[in-house]
Design a protein around this ligand. Structure first.
Ligand code: NAD
Ligand code: MG
Length: 384
């Protein structure tokens, strides 16, 4: 039985991970979990999974209130609580379903503790990819992606003949504003940007899909996870989100990962560490996939993709700056403080103004994150 600690159990990926754990009671045992501000969900999760021994809350008050009713459990709180949850409880796998930079330290600590980390938290791979790979190189732990595109890439690569590969493509729906007039993008409301055509997800990633920063992040994630160059990958626009990734051979033939847009599949794949049956479709050309629609990526509509690529190329702490500026900008847009188009401007400014350093430690990355957040908040305040 695989003992699992789930970080971010109250979110979109967290909830679906609980479904998979419940679906295979002979395979998985939930021993600990964290919730964010939706503290009330902890009680329901505990009812469903009596095997839980430890719970972490984002806020201290919620933790104290919960502890009153659950003397028998270890109850933790805050960022340090997430780390204690991992370090103090025996588990085989940590599932990281947190959103944002807060996921980085738990990922690092889980690897240091030699755990298997199944991660949906792309921000930790974007910001700390080098540190994560260094730990893996030292034989510490294991990383398994949950993101559908990376699960798709892993499946395609498992079947592909390396010497024939020309490109690895990850697909993108284009998000909620893909057909919106370019000249009016500065007027869109959070509600419009949150109306994703194919997926129901947390708010932050849904906005990242509308700007396609999400796809920029996924390109970086792919380089980190598969230890390949940025040039090995490209974006394929695909309206229906039925195909998640494909490998294109030099002769034009393709190996495609096709499945409905439902994260339960990729989560199940990750929890079983890829030891599941799957089918890769071989086609002579994309035109053979009759009901699916593909089109070219338009960089002018999605400046965030170029910014992500630039940050990755700059290296060092640049992806920490990219990520922090994006987190602040997305929050400010959701709060109605800045326009949709300001998200890319703010990220661009942060990348050119915040000092870059070459070989950041974890502390350096945390510093870059903090500094970038202050910088962006100040820019937003001054612009009001
Ligand atoms: P979400 O907002 O629905 O859930 C995030 C979880 O993190 C919640 O449990 C929340 O309470 C917790 N959390 C947030 N901030 C916290 C903090 N400071 N301290 C402690 N807990 C905190 O987000 P989501 O859509 O589930 O996304 C989670 C991650 O998975 C993101 O990195 C996202 O990019 C990635 N992802 C999501 C999907 C999807 O379908 N939702 C698909 C692919 C990748
Ligand atoms: Mg994805």
């Amino acid at each position: 039985m695989k003992r699992i600690i789930l970080l971010g159990a109250s979110g979109s990926i967290g909830t679906q991970t609980l479904d998979i754990i419940a679906k295979y009671p002979q395979e998985f045992l939930l021993v600990g979990f964290s919730v964010g501000k939706q503290a009330s969900k902890a009680e329901d999760i505990l009812d469903r999974f009596p095997s839980v021994r430890a719970v972490c809350f984002q806020e201290k008050d919620a933790a104290y209130a919960f502890k009153d009713d659950h003397e028998e459990l270890e109850v933790l709180y805050g960022d340090s609580g997430l780390v204690d949850l991992i370090q103090e409880n025996e588990a085989d796998m940590v599932v990281n379903a947190l959103v944002g930079f807060v996921g980085l330290v738990p990922t690092i600590k889980a690897l240091e503790a030699n755990r298997i980390v199944a991660t949906a938290n792309k921000e930790s791979l974007v910001v700390g990819g080098k540190l994560i790979n260094d730990l893996l190189d030292q034989g510490k732990g294991k990383i398994i992606p949950i993101d559908s595109e990376h699960v798709g890439v892993a499946k395609c690569l498992a079947e592909a003949e390396e010497r024939k590969i020309a490109k690895i493509k990850i697909t993108a729906s284009g998000g909620a504003l893909r057909d919106y007039p370019l000249e009016k993008l500065d007027e869109v409301t959070p509600e419009q940007a949150l109306a994703h055509p194919n997926w129901t997800m947390g708010k932050k990633i849904t906005i990242d899909c509308a700007t396609m920063m999400n796809k920029g992040f996924e390109l970086i994630e792919a380089c980190v996870l598969f230890r390949r160059k940025m040039d090995d990958f490209s974006i394929l626009m695909h309206r229906e989100s039925q195909m998640h990734a494909c490998v294109e051979y030099t002769n034009g033939r393709l190996l495609c990962d096709i499945s409905s847009p439902d994260m339960h599949g990729p989560i199940e794949y990750a929890l079983f560490e890829g030891q599941v049956e799957f089918e890769i479709k071989h086609v002579r050309s994309l035109k053979k996939l009759k009901n699916l629609h593909f089109f070219d990526f338009d960089p002018s509509r999605y400046p965030c993709v170029e910014l992500a690529k630039k940050a990755y190329e700059l290296g060092g702490n640049a992806t920490a700056i990219l990520n922090a500026a994006n987190e602040i900008a997305v929050n400010a847009f959701l709060d109605g403080q800045i326009a949709f188009t300001d998200i890319a401007y703010l990220v661009e400014e942060a990348l050119s103004d915040i000092p870059l350093i070459g070989e950041p430690t974890l502390e350096d990355l945390i510093f870059a994150d903090t500094m970038t957040r202050s910088y962006c908040l100040e820019r937003i305040r001054l612009a009001k």
